[in-house]
Design a protein around this ligand. Sequence first.
Ligand code: SF4
Length: 363
Amino acid sequence: MTHDELYRKALDGEALDVERALELYLHAPLEELAAAADALRHRMVDDPGVVTWQIDRNVNITNVCISGCRFCNFHCRPAERDRATITTIEQYCQKIDAMLALGGDQLLLQGGLHPGLDITFYEELFRELKRLYPQVRLHALGAPEVAHIARISHLDTTTVLERLVSAGLDSLPGAGAEILDDDVRRRISPAKPGVDSWLEVMAQAHRMNLPTSATMMYGHVETPRQRIEHLVKLRELQARRPEGHYGFIAFIPWIFRSRGTPLESEGVRTRFSPVEYLRIIAISRLVLNNIRNIQASWLTVGKPTAQIALHSGANDMGSIMIEENVVSAAGASDSFDAAGMQTAIREAGFTPRLRDQLYRPRE
Ligand code: SF4
């Protein structure tokens, strides 16, 4: 098939298999790839002249984690008592009050795989946060955390998800996907639940109609083929979601940041290339032609590249991100406030629109 025929296939909503997507990813000229992705974006979003953004706040539930991800400077081992923390309700309140003052509506709650925090801890936490702040949405945990909580609570993941939703969980982030390949995961996240576990937790969330997102962290030890296989796995899972259910609302790729990480000491360093990022955004739009929103991660690629990404398939700029620890601890330092975010979107030629987690417009 020619490149034009492959673009047509993607634009018509058909699935690109690994070989065909890899051909485009590796060999199509960037301008052509980006133009096809932009054309598909025009078909998939309601108003192509709009770029959405969000105000939320990332709060880490704990920094204790047994996963030992080799790209993470943030976590500590349970035995490191002088470093180990669990966020208190008073600390949540301070952070939420500050977020509300800035117009935010969502907490992105992430934590490590803490060996001592089972389902009852998270139920009590979510219930208390919802009691204190019923208007704040909880976008919390991730598939590895759900699998971990199930294991230490002696429950199945379905029961864990049902109990978390009943306690106040509003949506499940795509965290912990990294690259959905078990060889890669063994190298970068040796103790994290594997690919099947990640996909099964997400499939269960889709069956329950719990909104989810999907991510990819690239640029470490994976091959181009493994990146494309990652996208195809996401597309196939999305295609299996029950009719009318949310499934994956958005896809967010980001570049691995190496500074000070164990992977860096093994010689695996950030090799950020704006051109490569734009190719990732464009091929993601073409392969994931059943996931409506593709996010440009300004936090990890910077404003100019994120702005070009909006013309290469992305339709969302993510959050002003009031607090983020894992990525910033490894070398990402860009930041926007709300005015800066809107200016960046306008400079790129679009109308900014504040959104919520479900991509609904906010005032
Ligand atoms: S990235 Fe998350 S799961 Fe991995 S070690 Fe850090 S805190 Fe743990």
